[in-house]
Ligand binder design. Structure first.
Ligand code: SF4
Ligand code: SF4
Length: 221
């Protein structure tokens, strides 16, 4: 039997596109600025949010902001990936990490990956939006949320109330900004990150919205 030959070229099987999405490097700015990658296909991972560490195989809080391409609902597959037959709908304009990814040799990918990342501040030119994003970060940072969650065992209801206040602000500012500044609802996660009502699961908590619009915080099942 002949020895199987090591892979030397991409077969476009799409396995990488089905298992994760790239974060954007600074060199991808042009793609977003020119609309080749629409803002509605992106979201920000904010400082302190948990991200998967491939090397140590565990979730760790990120110490720098990232912009990622969205995954298809409740999965890991890139929104630009069409599985059968496998293809990328933005292939000529795919981001730097996708261009560098060769599953048989990670050298080029690692070189690109350690380069400067694109972040949302590079994409915000409107000073009003800039101020609102800053205020959101001041009131709803993951550092703040993490501190309040740690205080629950000692401070009890007081800490829970403060967390609910953070959740209210995070939930309320999104439709407000969309309607006042004429931003598409689908673009909001790029400017404010994913809703805390969803990502609070990383702290082992779950938010239930009551019929009267109020929030109820509970331990995640
Ligand atoms: S890089 Fe590898 S996993 Fe990704 S499409 Fe090409 S052959 Fe498939
Ligand atoms: S942008 Fe294209 S190449 Fe990159 S992960 Fe998505 S489908 Fe794959």
């Amino acid at each position: 039997m002949p020895e199987p030959q090591p892979r030397r070229a991409c077969t476009r099987c799409g396995r990488c596109c089905a298992s994760s999405t790239p974060s954007l490097q600074l060199q991808d700015f042009r793609l977003v600025n020119n609309g080749m990658i629409p803002r509605s296909a992106l979201y920000t991972v904010r400082v302190g949010e948990l991200v998967w560490d491939n090397i140590n195989q565990r979730n760790i809080p990120t110490n720098q902001e990232l912009i990622k391409i969205k995954e298809k609902e409740q999965g890991t597959e890139c929104v630009f990936h069409i599985p059968y037959p496998s293809r990328c709908t933005i292939y000529p304009q795919r981001p730097a990490q996708c261009r560098a990814l060769k599953c048989w040799d990670t050298t080029e990918f690692e070189e690109v990956f350690i380069g400067p990342k694109l972040n949302r501040w590079e994409l915000i030119s409107d000073p009003l939006l800039h101020g609102l994003v800053r205020e959101h970060e001041r009131r709803c940072s993951y550092k703040q949320l993490s501190r309040l969650v740690k205080e629950i065992p000692e401070a009890g209801e007081k800490a829970v109330e403060e967390i609910i206040e953070v959740l209210r602000f995070d939930t309320g500012i999104r439709p407000f900004v969309a309607s006042k500044l004429g931003i598409l609802a689908e673009e909001i996660d790029l400017f404010f990150g994913r809703p805390l009502r969803t990502t609070i699961a990383m702290f082992g908590l779950q938010v239930i919205k009551e019929p009267d619009g109020s929030f109820f915080l509970t331990v995640r099942k």
